[in-house]
Design a binder for this molecule. Sequence first.
Ligand code: UDP
Ligand code: MG
Length: 309
Amino acid sequence: MKKMISLIAPAYQEEAVARTAYGRMRDALALLPYEYEMIFVDDGSRDDTMSVLREIAREDEHVKVLSFSRNFGHQLAVTAGMDAAKGDALVIIDMDLQDPPEVILQMVEAWEDGADIVYGKRIRREGETLFKKLTAHCYYRVLDKLSAYPIPPDTGDFRLLDRKVAEHFLSMREHDRFLRGMSAWMGYVAVPVEYVRAPRAAGETKYSFKKMLNLAVDGILGFSDAPLLWPFWMGCGVCALSFAGFVALLICALTCGAAGWLWAFCALVLLGGLILVGMGVMGAYIARILHEAKGRPLYIVKEKINIGG
Ligand code: UDP
Ligand code: MG
């Protein structure tokens, strides 16, 4: 039986671009020697996106559509599409043609060569504001520094996942999802395919500043415990400072005398430091609760030899 590629594209208020996007995605997929399905997830659009998708689905049986009752957000729309996908490889792509569908052909080639995850790496971004480029550039680098797992910079959610990887991925049901971080957490061989990020084909960005900030926070909080532990290290620093103060005061008191309020000041600094240390210790426990609450698999086995099942 022929293998199948599932394309998953989330769409929120994309009436202006949905039909063009569908056309270019279909043309790219039709070049492949595989079966394919296209899953469009309408993320609670209030414009005519759904009517366009309904029409496309009527004309083309490769097209499947899911429609959310309200706007749940891009990351959940992608997840719903992945839940519904039947393919041997799943390709996640934006609906606005910023991720050129033709790049899918290179991704599939890398997949055929054995890659489990193929991610699109943006070598250039066209048609985006300087603000977006600058914030994205800085954010990716901060995230990479903070994250416990390397998250390749300048990559979005445009990627291909092999079926077995997608299954593991879908076993992670955490609510605050940051797909590219989860993809990094899983390990596996991830291969980049470089591409130039095109300008939006039509319409405006659906990622408001607030949504982008939320996603950025999800990325850092979901993949780094560091912020929870910062108070501990700050507290240690403050305590050390106050100890140094006490020593200096003691020397002064023995030689030339020290004012009483300086002792009180040092005691206050020490108290502040101890409170911070306490908060850091609580942070360490909260980090553990967080890990448990996420309920991720404990580990992922890539291959079994002489072990049944
Ligand atoms: N999107 C979505 N739900 C949202 C916001 C965006 O499904 O709440 C979709 C959107 O239709 C597009 C993709 O996510 O297919 C990326 O959004 P957009 O292009 O607006 O973001 P940008 O590329 O500007 O970061
Ligand atoms: Mg876009």
